[in-house]
Design a protein around this ligand. Structure first.
Ligand code: NAD
Length: 388
């Protein structure tokens, strides 16, 4: 049996969840090491994964020749530096989304991966959600004709818990939440519509969390999920510095002529990603995105309450709606056997580019922004499975 030894970098919430799903020695996937600058995070990780050697700095981890692949589950602003260092060290890299917080950062990662020949994979697990895979299958079957437009409404009920209490609340760490959170949805829309955004226009504002009670600047920030915490204006403990928007809207024109819009709100009481795509012969919409979901399809002129076809999706095993086991299988197959991947680093870069320029538009008079194009030879390298 082929085996691969991997390490985690960033050992808190995503690092631990992904390590739990990825450590499968019976499949040949062996967790051997971890790295975090926080001693408390290393200690907690050691309780769960006593087999892992633990490091407090990246250079020491990269010097450990027993490691063949590394998962970057550190904060977004570290992805570029850490990915480039790991690629230079000839390790295969699984980098969490968003790929980086700038377009230049993504492009540097693409160039480094091509020059070194080290494998690069970005953790866009939304592409592997059963409801998204089924939507892709239905759209590709032609049931709703040629898609012309797509919309996504993203209700982030847990936004105040997850993004306004720690590093996520500052532009310097994320660029903004349109990018940090929306990278998933922008990528899904690109995937389902079969193109990439060429031009983006944005509007956004911070109007709720800036009015909530903050924690003391001396106290460390920590995401803290609590479903009872509502309404937001009556809550406390938010980051001393909040300069990211809590409501984001963008409109996109794609390179294949389609149009799309994305709306993201962090102070709604309910959580769901609701996508709809409208074609020349019908419309499709998801009801629920995790667990028990439905897909509704309309192919005749009728009421919204009476779709022509309803698909019922059973809950899948595994974290993030069953997507984590699927994306990990794809990553290890890619690294160990050269398998094709559903998501490419070019797709991840184009999601970041749309998010960065959407933010730029909303912060600078809502002017349209053109996405800078990549060198066709670089695109070809990644579309061809990173084979020289
Ligand atoms: N794909 C998904 O569904 C998904 C879900 C959650 C998070 N994420 C991504 O995972 C990443 C981590 O998110 P999180 O929620 O776990 O964040 P977190 O704040 O809970 O954990 C980050 C960890 O990184 C550590 N860290 C800080 N500086 C470091 C450094 N220089 N080197 C190594 N470690 C360092 C911190 O000490 C902390 O333990 C983010 O990029 C986020 O977007 C993806």
């Amino acid at each position: 049996m082929k085996t691969i030894s991997f390490a985690m970098v960033g050992l808190s919430s995503r690092g631990t969840a992904l390590a739990e799903a990825a450590a499968q020695p019976e499949k040949g996937w062996q967790l051997v090491a971890g790295m975090d600058v926080s001693e408390a995070a290393r200690r907690k990780f050691a309780e769960k994964f006593p087999q892992a050697k633990l490091y407090g700095d990246l250079d020491s981890l990269l010097a450990d020749r027993s490691i063949q692949a590394v998962f970057l589950t550190s904060p977004d602003f570290l992805h570029e530096e850490q990915a480039c260092a790991a690629l230079e060290a000839k390790l295969a890299v699984y980098c969490e989304k968003p790929m980086a917080i700038t377009i230049e950062g993504c492009d540097r990662m693409l160039e480094t991966a091509r020059r070194t020949g080290s494998r690069l994979f970005i953790g866009h697990n939304m592409r592997y959600y059963p409801v998204i895979c089924k939507m892709k299958e239905i759209i590709d079957s032609g049931l709703i004709g040629e898609i012309q437009c797509g919309w996504c409404r993203h209700f982030v009920a847990y936004g105040g818990d997850a993004y306004f209490r720690d590093w996520h609340s500052e532009r310097k760490n994320t660029t903004g939440l349109l990018l940090q959170k929306g990278a998933h949805d922008i990528d899904v829309m690109h995937f389902l519509m079969g193109g990439y955004t060429r031009r983006v226009v944005g509007m956004g504002q911070l109007s709720v969390y800036n009015r909530c009670a903050r924690r003391d600047p001396g106290e460390p920030g920590e995401a803290d999920f609590n479903g009872m915490r509502y309404p937001p204006l009556e809550q406390s403990g938010y980051s001393p510095v909040i300069d990211v928007e809590d409501h984001n809207m963008i409109m996109m024109q794609l390179d294949n002529g389609m149009q799309a819009s994305y709306l993201q709100c962090h102070y709604t009481p309910d959580a769901e990603r609701n996508y709809t795509f409208i074609g020349t012969r019908g419309r499709i919409e998801n009801i629920g995105d995790d667990g028990q979901c439905e897909l509704h399809v309309w192919t005749r002129r009728t009421s919204r309450q009476t779709p022509d076809i309803v698909y019922h999706l059973a809950p899948a095993e595994g974290t993030h709606g069953g997507s984590d086991p699927m994306i990990l299988q794809n990553f290890f197959d890619f690294v160990m056997n050269g398998a094709k991947t559903s998501v490419t680093p070019v797709a991840a870069r184009n999601a970041v580019a749309t998010g960065v320029l959407g933010h730029q538009s909303m912060r600078n008079g809502n002017l349209p922004q053109e996405i800078p194009q990549l060198d066709p030879a670089l695109i070809a390298y990644f579309e061809n499975g990173q084979k020289k």
